[in-house]
Write a protein that binds this ligand. Structure first.
Ligand code: ATP
Length: 294
């Protein structure tokens, strides 16, 4: 049997950093949007043998392999599989590609042999804080360390400009830099912002500028100053909002309106001579991530 599924990248339209917890992880409030720039996973069942994940672009253990191994350790009894990943989401770029692949692997596995949903969610959380939000792509509001997820309605029509940078940033290092710069908010501030954000996120809402913020951006800029010129260039294309996605360094531009996708595409074309991986994308719904028979 052959199946195919997309693992869409994400942009954090809002990322508010709270205080560190006792275990060193930070409380977060983040509005995550899955986008059409997506990895493609091709699964084939095998008559026998161990599972294989092929993903030449990623060195070291692949999060998709770990997802499969952990599923098996929990008694998942699907047939052996080979999964090949076409990487399109930039790596170590703040777009959550590893989490997207792990989540897509869990969706593919569930198609072959359904597991208990609560077990899948707890496994997702163990694989990484961003994995639960990617189990069902779309718009979600995440709290905790990003692992407590509430699905949201889609926002008003918009397109996104994505400008990956020729540098990688380690998420852990960006958080360390954020601490060094004293960026975390107080628990009270985080809570007040969370309530305001929740009220602003509703069906077809155009998110006000005050909520399009990434508290990790100054830390990413401090570690990787050239991001500033990409932010400026994105602003110059006419984007309504520009920000670094997640822990960076990818720069995202937001273009509101029914013509947003076209404006984002034109912006990507205008930046492609300088950033050859500049592209445009649109938000995607949970259906985009569903496995299909190949
Ligand atoms: P975050 O989810 O923390 O925002 P990111 O988007 O910045 O992460 P990823 O592309 O998910 O970064 O990769 C982070 C690291 O995870 C990579 O450096 C890579 O070594 C490892 N990794 C493991 N599996 C994958 C995968 N399938 N795709 C990308 N990276 C992977």
């Amino acid at each position: 049997m052959k199946l195919r599924a997309f693992g869409p990248g994400k942009v954090n339209l809002c990322l508010l950093l709270g205080p560190p917890r006792a275990d060193g992880r930070h409380e977060l409030v983040t509005l995550i949007e899955s986008v059409s720039l997506a990895d493609e996973l091709h699964l084939e069942t095998l008559p026998e043998g161990p599972d294989h994940v092929l993903c030449p672009d990623v060195e070291g253990e692949n999060l998709a392999s770990r997802a499969l191994a952990e599923l098996r350790a929990r008694g998942w009894n699907g047939p052996p599989v080979r999964i090949e990943i076409d990487k399109r989401v930039p790596i170590a770029a703040g777009m959550g590609g590893g989490s997207a692949d792990a989540a897509a692997t869990l969706r593919l596995a569930a198609e072959l042999a359904p597991g208990r949903p609560e077990e899948v969610i707890s496994l997702a959380t163990q694989l990484g804080a961003d994995v639960p939000s990617q189990l069902a792509p779309g718009v979600s509001l995440a709290t905790g360390i990003g692992d407590i997820v509430e699905a949201c309605d889609p926002l008003a029509a918009h397109g996104l400009l994505l400008v990956p940078q020729p540098y990688a940033l380690s998420t852990a290092e960006v958080y360390r830099e954020a601490d060094r710069l004293g960026l975390p908010r107080s628990a009270e501030d985080l809570d007040a912002r969370f309530r305001a954000l929740t009220a602003a996120v509703h069906d077809r809402a155009r998110l006000p500028s005050t909520h399009i913020v990434n508290d990790l951006q100054p830390a990413a800029l401090s570690l990787c100053p050239p991001i500033e010129s990409a932010l400026e260039a994105a602003r110059d294309t006419g984007a309504d909002e520009v920000l670094v996605s997640g822990s960076g360094p990818t720069v995202a531009g937001l273009f509101w309106g029914a013509d947003g996708a076209d404006r984002a595409a034109a912006a990507a074309r205008s930046l492609s001579a300088r950033w050859d991986r500049a592209s445009s994308a649109v938000p995607v719904s949970p259906e985009f991530g569903l496995p299909v028979v190949a």
